[in-house]
Design a protein around this ligand. Sequence first.
Ligand SMILES: [Zn+2]
Length: 584
Amino acid sequence: MTSVPSNDAPALTLWPAGSVEPDQVLWSAYATEVLDHAGFSYATSTDPSALPAKGVLLLTGTADTEQAGALTSWVEAGGTLVLAAPGENLTDLAGVSPGRALGSELVECTEHWAQRPPRGIRALAGQALTPRDGTEVLATLADGSAAITRRQVGSGLVLTFGVDLWYTIARIQQGYPVTADGVPASDGTAPIDDDLLKAEDGMALDLEVDRAMPPGYPELPDDYTHTYPPPAAVPIFDQPHADWWRALLLQAIWQSAAHSATPLGWLDYWPAGLDAIAHMSHDADGNKPEDGQAALDAFAAADVKVTWHQVFPGGYGPETFAAITAAGHEHSLHYNSMADADLASWGWPQFRAQYAWAQAVSGREDIVSNKNHYTRWEGWTEFYTWCERTGVQIDSTRGPSKQGTVGFPFGTAHLSFPLAPAGNEQIFHDVLNLPLHTQDLAWAGHIAARDVILDAAQAQHGVAHFLFHGPHLNKRPLTRQACVDVANVARERGMPWWTAEEINTWERSRRGVQVQVRTLAEGWEVQVHAEQALSGAALALALPASATPVDDQVRVRTVQRHGHEFLELGVDLPAGTSSWLLRP
Ligand SMILES: [Zn+2]
């Protein structure tokens, strides 16, 4: 391992959109969030002459006629272009004719993908495409028009997303502003019209279309009522729609890199050796010491360190708080705005006061995580500004409060920084969104949801989040058993349990890592720059499987990511620049 400076351009370039009116959300900026979470390093440019001769350009803005001409020459000579979205001067290069504007509708992927959704996934905006002669269709809309296309141009390749990826992904994950109750599911499984404003009320996914029964379970009985425990398995959000769009974009980039024989490397989502992880949290609702003890016992039996959301008012008492600390659990805030106590209402003064309360009773000064009681929510992202002001760095409120919204109601098993509204000083809020997938198994969520959540989170290389409550761990033997069982099942799948704090630290550390691969006469050089040290990092490389690191301390394995195969190097990154050589 030596320190080698390099001026080589990254294989991937992002062509960003220009600015928007001050009263508009900068949706196209979400491209940077998707690339950053995926661990890609990239240059940013709108100058065709600055592009490397080969490589991948992700274009999210517009090109004038002169730029379009230069891009056409670049592609003909072997460059590869991923268009998201297709500007008017690039339609000839893409080989498509743009048509009607898309609303909320389903997209079916053709067999051209290494990993594709089992059925239609939801798009929320964009343009329908009509392919011209020689343009392949990679995804279709219900009316037969194309949603994604591919066209070979000279030695190069153009992949075109008619779907507005950035609006679709961000809107599915963040929903619409919550100002009123949402519309409940017609089958009675998701009565979200409960006179309480919560995250689900702003859901962008469709309760009637985007859910499915867990595999192997009978159709919902006609006499189903939403009671506890669930009288039957119910349809759930089984597919993380936003993650599927992320996965399709990554596959488009990898297809492009392969076409131009460009070596590509990036930092994988989790430490080397891991494909996905699990997270368990606990809401301290009721604050009864006997419930706290039951939870401590259950988590000890499960052998899981949990993120323990402490809820105002009251608190367990000093012995229980000390026992939670001693067991290695993470003290977190469970912000209460249910109007059941003097400070328990929605607003910055109350949030601030409850944060201070949680610091005082738990003995932990630097609380970094939160989940809102009952998944309460109002507005769009104002809540995140309160988190920023107190030091809450990761929030897991966005999830289900009803049996029929269990699974992926916000379409994701991945961490993300939320897009800020128009006029905000920063484009993103400095608070990680950690999705929640079900509350108490065998009580608030049917046990059938467990493996559906684990399967999808693992397939997308994300985190599966299971929440429990002390009173149910105390009084419901099936829920307590489900807690221990899910802990074991996830570990057997190779998914370790991390606290929100551990997840937050990992994700923020990996965002400071840049990975680049250079082709040398004798093989390849992988150069990595890390802002801070990161142990056990996984460098994912699109190189021949025979590539072998010269340093025999490096742990090597082959991994599948979104259907594609890569070489993974397990390395400890020091702060600063390091490099590794590989021989063919
Ligand atoms: Zn609660």
